[in-house]
Design a protein around this ligand. Sequence first.
Ligand SMILES: *Cc1c(COP(=O)(O)O)cnc(C)c1O
Length: 399
Amino acid sequence: MAFKPADNIQDLQYFGEFGGVNPSISDSSTYTFLSAKTMFDTFEGNADGCYLYSRHSSPSNLYLGEALAAMEGTETANVAATGMGAIVPALLQLCKAGDHVVSSRTIYGGTYAFLKNFAPRLNIATVFVDITSLDAVEAAITSNTKVLYCESVSNPLLEVANIEALSKLAKKHGLTLMVDNTFSPLSISPARLGADVVLHSLTKFINGSSDTMGGVMCGTKEYINDLRNVNDGASMLLGASMDSLRAASILKNLRTLHIRVKQHSKNAQYLAEKFEADGLKTVYPGLSSHPSHQLFTKMMNAEYGYGGMMTVDVGSIDKANELMEMMQHKNLGYLAVSLGFYKTLFSAPGSSTSSEIPEEEQKEMGLSDGLIRFSIGLDNDIERTYALMRDCMVQIGVL
Ligand SMILES: *Cc1c(COP(=O)(O)O)cnc(C)c1O
């Protein structure tokens, strides 16, 4: 039977005190115990259902975590203050000095910078590969490799990872497959395809209102408990815990994620088809010209579409900047990083979100100067948006 992520979220009900239709918010950093013995047991990790201190867990954070685990189809999940606050502990829980990571080379700039520049300080080495080449991935695995890391749909090039095939490789070599699913919530369910850990920046589509940050790691109970362990848990000890008020607000936004994702996808599909027909170099997984269109189609939960992210290459950074400024001036979107907002957001990743990646490497992976990354908004009348965007393109001379 098809996996129904949004229905799984909807089936989870939490009532608040006094019969509230939303769960009560745990507005406390610390919790009382009726007996000293229970406090001791909780420290030892042996008192299920007891709360200790909010860096460890809180009812609001657990509610959000359980909803995200239901969405991804994992046993459980742990929320964090930011996406990086989930990604870094997720990796460090599994990698110690001397260990090795095989990572896709087209990943979020912050994750890339962590693996490339920071992790070596802890003597954790990473080799970056073309994730669409399974041979290259397997060739990079060494006896010290612990983690295989990728994004289901990569930032910013929108390369698609073959999660099933990568999972087989990971199992064969005893690795943990971690997949950042930030670009394709609901559309792709990595854990259902064999990923061991699914990561998200909640800051993007899942929260969807560009008013907060958040992150999550979804995985087995054993792994999530390890992350929260008071003695050696990376989430507990690195301290990037989410605040309960934010967990409550993100859970409320998660309730409408399925509607938003469908609209983002519908609008992006429309624009991508139009821009491609106009002769612009357009990359969108929903286009049959996308090298991984069939793979995405095979992996996806069809009703949610191919997501809200697309890129258009307008040839040069000057044209890109001119176009973005004009589109912002015409109120078609904002020149801003990030994604998943109701409004279209655009930026030139080569000089912004992926500037951590050296220029030569950008070239090698096909990240050109004139590339504009679009996070398509929830526009009600996308035909009107298209006509106005097209006007800008004609004025600037890219069409
Ligand atoms: C934004 C982003 C992150 C980092 O999340 P923050 O919430 O900014 O810490 C990680 N991965 C991807 C794909 C992202 O887009």
